[in-house]
Design a protein around this ligand. Sequence first.
Ligand code: GUN
Ligand code: ZN
Length: 433
Amino acid sequence: MADTRAYRASILHCVDDPAVAGAAAVESFEDGLLLVDGGRIEAVGPADALLRRIGPDVPVTDYSGRLLVPGLIDCHVHYPQVDMIASWGARLLDWLQSYAYPAERRYADPEYARAAADFFAGELLKNGTTTALVFASVHRVSAEAMFEAARRRNMRLVTGKVAMDTACPPDLRDSAEAAYRDSRELIERWHGVDRLGYAITPRFALTSSQQQLEALGRLAREFPDVHVHSHLAEQRDEVEAVLRGHPGSRSYLDVYGRHGLLRERSVFAHCLYLDDADRRELASSGGAIAFCPGSNLFLGSGLFDLAAADGAAIRTGIGSDVGAGTSLSLLQNLGEAYKVLQLKGQSLTPWKALHLATLGAARALRLEDRIGNFARGREADFVVLDPAATPLLARRNSTARDLAERFFALMMLGDERAVAATYLLGRCAWRRN
Ligand code: GUN
Ligand code: ZN
């Protein structure tokens, strides 16, 4: 126990999915202690009992009055889109043309990409996000810049070069062969290095030719432990266009399925327009959904049906989808999720919200053996939240009766201001002020 450190706070983490196990899914300690040894979780429990167990030489950081939760996990975000976040007045297909593609063009420049990736990684940590599944741009150097920025900080992060070879600006196209070759080389260079992972990243079915989807499916078969990351069924006109382009496919999901891109470690953002057969297929494949409530509201895409996803036992985590989402704060995105689900008649409990951003997100990314909660041996990524970060939060939380109410107030009223500190592998990576 040479490198043991202890953190005293109110501690919350999920041991199961609240949709399955109810309140028993969350372990909470009003006065808790987290013990970290060598960057891994050693134990979590009530402070009085654990303090008796550790020696006087173990340093105890006192975060009493704060909430300590596992590092937040963003299951879908585009780092080049920090440049055009909050762009006015468009829906998906014209938004891509007017804003996303022009912004992504700049990422051909390695210097530009490096500076943006560095900024983005810093913003994630400020927001308490310790792991993310990230779209780069079509340029290989953009993925390299993101890997470098995450590696410098020791973040667990998965990214990939976007593949797109049709129905997008000609100067932003790769080809089936180039996407296969560049993705393969990036896998060989970066996948499994430190805490990094690769995601094969066809932008969406509309911007990849059949040949490109086939080539990426082949790559996915050759590297079964890399992720596949794409968009699925976000807006109705997009779904119609995909079905027109693939008349032999039963559904939009089926287009990915037929090309070998639906499997364990496939993560699809949005999934607003699925039917029950799609949900069964997604669940049985082991693929996952990134629920992107902020983005779905901003682009007017629709209201995600979380109860249906849970009913089908699909792995689901939260995604900010910046820049169609307007906040990197997963607290804010959980607040948006709550409002979306109110409109669906499904009240999101604070515990289910916590799950979407921690253990549920880790399960969606199939990283639950490493991150997502405080089980012994997990990597010690965690966030310290301040329930009195703003005068309004302080006022609201002064009458909160329990930890569930305090966490709920934080997700409805909080954002990066509520993140007091972010830890990676037991080391402080960000501290407010
Ligand atoms: N579908 C294809 N590309 C994108 C993108 O960049 N953002 C969103 N929200 N949807 C997409
Ligand atoms: Zn997206």
